[in-house]
Design a protein around this ligand. Structure first.
Ligand SMILES: [Mg+2]
Length: 203
């Protein structure tokens, strides 16, 4: 397989976001949930946060410096470079708010993968509630993303996976996480346990 366009999600694919947010929820909101028990993608449900607490949680989790503390998912940086070396194009497609681009870029640079393109997509319809600052990169609408063509998608979000289940010509690698354990894979999907599996599937 050569020269494929590969969409790689960021949170819980390149970095260990949920595990780190469990620590934030405990520290800031007194909610103790183990990573293995993060049963849903909706963290408001997982941490039993009120609407106001959730609003504050989203702000705290994207506050300057907070994103920099997410640990690297084992093998991710080397794997991205290996995919590129094999002739593939890798596009990091994240649902993070565009205002978080500074820390996102710093994190990627620190991980040694600051030279891959990042696309900010309003994956969850939250963009209206986000701050917008001059100089932020553009936010791509979900419809616009879905009109694009990728050969391979690597994501962990059940909501996004559901939307992609009809992409018959796209190979979807479902990054296995507790919140997608019960997600029913469609014919174009394969479950992967980590970057070793991903490279085995793609190289
Ligand atoms: Mg993700």
């Amino acid at each position: 397989m050569t020269g494929k366009l590969i969409y790689v999600d960021m949170d819980d694919v390149l970095c260990e976001t949920a595990a780190n947010l469990c620590r934030l929820a405990e520290r800031e909101f007194g909610r103790h949930v183990e990573y293995e028990d993060v049963f849903a993608f909706d963290l408001q449900k997982v941490f039993a946060l009120s609407d106001d607490e959730m609003r504050r949680f989203m702000i705290a989790s994207h506050a300057p410096g907070a994103l920099l503390t997410h640990p690297v998912t084992p093998g991710a940086p080397d794997a991205l470079r290996a995919l590129r070396d094999a002739g593939h194009s890798v596009d990091i497609v994240t649902g993070r708010p565009a205002y978080a681009h500074g820390d996102t870029e710093r994190w990627l640079a620190a991980a040694g993968i600051g030279d891959f393109p990042v696309t900010y997509v309003d994956k969850y319809g939250r963009d209206k509630s986000y701050a917008h600052n001059e100089g932020d990169p553009p936010t791509v609408k979900l419809d616009e993303l879905l009109a694009r063509k990728f050969d391979v998608v690597i994501d962990d979000s059940p909501q996004i996976l559901e939307l992609l289940s009809g992409w018959k010509d796209t190979r979807i690698l479902v990054f296995s996480r507790p919140w997608n354990a019960s997600f029913a894979l469609s014919a174009n999907m394969t479950r992967v346990g980590g970057w070793r599996d991903i490279l085995a599937a793609l190289l």
